[in-house]
Design a protein around this ligand. Structure first.
Ligand SMILES: Cc1cc2nc3c(=O)[nH]c(=O)nc-3n(C[C@H](O)[C@H](O)[C@H](O)COP(=O)(O)OP(=O)(O)OC[C@H]3O[C@@H](n4cnc5c(N)ncnc54)[C@H](O)[C@@H]3O)c2cc1C
Length: 445
């Protein structure tokens, strides 16, 4: 079959390619190619060149602002490029695996865990494609230790804009390697990637700790992510509404009445402060190479010396798998509540740590659970020394603070207001030399 006969112009397929998780931008392509192999990608790039049309690679389409769309051009749907090759180098303790770009991190994790291995950095949500996150960065709870996913890739097979198929790495075609990582698909289409693998722990203690003071929360995160040996192997943080009801949905096993699950060790009566709309939750893990067998749920002492609320610390033992898939439950709830299908005017900024507190404090003064449509506010520390990808645009600070306002435009009439507030935040962010994640969001720079 020649390429032209495989270009799909079915209305439904075109409409799907003109949408993404943001549900804000809708650009109809001329046609969609469901790529089956690298040669398909090469051919459609050459065709687009001949016809002077744009090309966009598309993994899982979880972009927010149409980044994987190609107005009147060709969208290369990579979901069928989903092969995971044989893991190499296990015996040498240098395990790695080639995967096609359409493989999701969840599929890769499921496969590598069979061998007791895992990628060093995983995004919080695992149903994103390898090609998609390698094109933007890929930040997760272990990024303070390992950097982004783009810092943790060994080789790429890329189809360039000229239609050449090239393998690139730090040693071979280095410029191409450096521009394709976090390159937003502008320098070539990633067809395959070789991902390094590390030994996966078997189980872990999973901590949640509540703060009322933003400054202390940030100071503790900075300390925990910069001081070695690390106390925790994953660290993230969120702003959470100052209410027991909301807390119960955020901390697994926590109930309003107290600790209902025997696995959970924590306190029954958190001293909720009267004032303040937002509290701050640190989420961290400490992993083990063997199964935790004792009845003890875990050492709350690990939270000692942190400036958390009295009785605001919780710990439970958990399997690695459940922890890594921790968003599944919340996503199910969001889907059921219709929040997955509405527009998502999300904004992620990387703030210099010196200005982070003022910026976040001011933003939170303007934000409520209602005006983010029951969304999520991320606040967590990265370490600049671990962020080495040339095109991963990061603010000039030792400890960049990721501040993400992940909004649901529900009801949809709120969309404009949310976008207007994002504009305000973007203006303020630019003034303090913050960066945006992904690198480019429309109107940001
Ligand atoms: C629910 C949700 C949770 C998220 N959680 C995280 C998180 O924890 N950490 C994090 O870092 N990010 C997170 N993100 C953001 C996410 O990493 C990006 O949106 C990512 O681009 C999505 O991957 P995708 O496969 O859907 O990519 P797509 O949206 O399909 O594509 C993203 C960009 O990459 C390009 N691209 C895609 N595939 C290729 C390829 N093979 N070669 C070249 N270019 C390509 C596209 O053209 C586009 O510019 C999340 C997003 C959502 C919606």
């Amino acid at each position: 079959m020649n390429l032209k006969s495989r270009l799909n112009q079915n209305k439904k397929v075109l409409e799907e390619a003109a949408d993404d998780f943001g549900h804000i931008i809708h650009e109809l392509p001329h046609a969609v190619l469901q790529a089956q192999c690298t040669e398909d990608i090469r051919q459609v790039i050459l065709l687009a060149q001949k016809e002077n049309r744009q090309v966009a690679a598309r993994g899982q389409g979880h972009s927010i602002y149409g980044q994987a769309q190609a107005p009147n051009g060709y969208v290369i749907d990579l979901r069928s490029l989903n092969k995971i090759y044989t893991i190499e180098g296990i015996e040498l303790d240098l395990a790695s695996v080639w995967v096609e770009a359409g493989v999701t991190w969840k599929e890769l994790l499921d496969e590598t865990l069979k061998h007791g291995l895992m990628p060093p950095v995983l995004t919080d949500y695992l149903s994103l494609s390898v090609g998609g996150t390698l094109s933007v960065g890929g930040i997760g709870a272990r990024s303070f230790q390992y950097g982004t996913q783009t810092d943790n890739v060994l080789e790429l097979e890329v189809v360039t804009g000229k239609g050449e198929v090239k393998v690139c790495s730090p040693k071979e075609n280095q410029d191409l390697f450096n521009s394709c990582r976090a390159g937003l698909g502008q320098f070539g289409v990633i067809a395959k990637a070789r991902i390094p693998l590390i030994k996966a722990p078997i189980s872990l203690f999973w901590y949640h700790a509540l703060y009322s003071d933003l400054g202390q929360f940030l100071a503790d995160q900075i300390e925990l992510t910069s001081t070695t040996p690390y106390r925790f192997d994953s660290v993230e943080g969120f702003a959470v509404p100052n209410s027991k009801i909301h807390l119960s949905s955020l901390i697994p096993g926590f109930s309003v009445a107290g600790t209902t699950q025997t696995e959970l060790k924590g306190q029954e009566d958190i001293a909720f402060p009267e004032a303040g709309k937002w509290l701050f939750m640190l989420e961290a893990t400490k992993s083990f190479d063997s199964r935790i067998t004792s009845d003890e749920t875990g050492p709350l002492e690990d939270l000692e010396e942190l400036s958390i609320l009295p009785q605001g610390g919780f710990v439970r033992k958990e399997s690695l798998y459940n922890y890594l898939n921790r968003l599944e439950y919340q996503i199910k709830i969001a889907r059921e509540a219709g929040l997955w299908q509405v527009p998502h005017p999300w904004l992620d900024v990387l703030l210099p740590h010196q200005q982070a507190q003022d910026f976040i404090q001011k933003a939170l003064g303007e934000l409520t659970l209602e005006n983010i449509g029951n969304g999520v506010i991320l606040i967590y520390a990265l370490q600049a020394s671990k962020l080495k990808t040339p095109f991963f645009n990061c603010t000039d600070s030792e400890t960049p603070i990721l501040f993400g306002v992940l909004r649901n435009a529900a009801p949809i009439s709120q969309l404009q207001e949310m976008q207007a507030h994002n504009e305000l935040l973007k203006e303020r962010a630019v003034k303090i030399d913050a960066c945006f994640y992904p690198n480019h969001i429309p109107g940001a720079q």
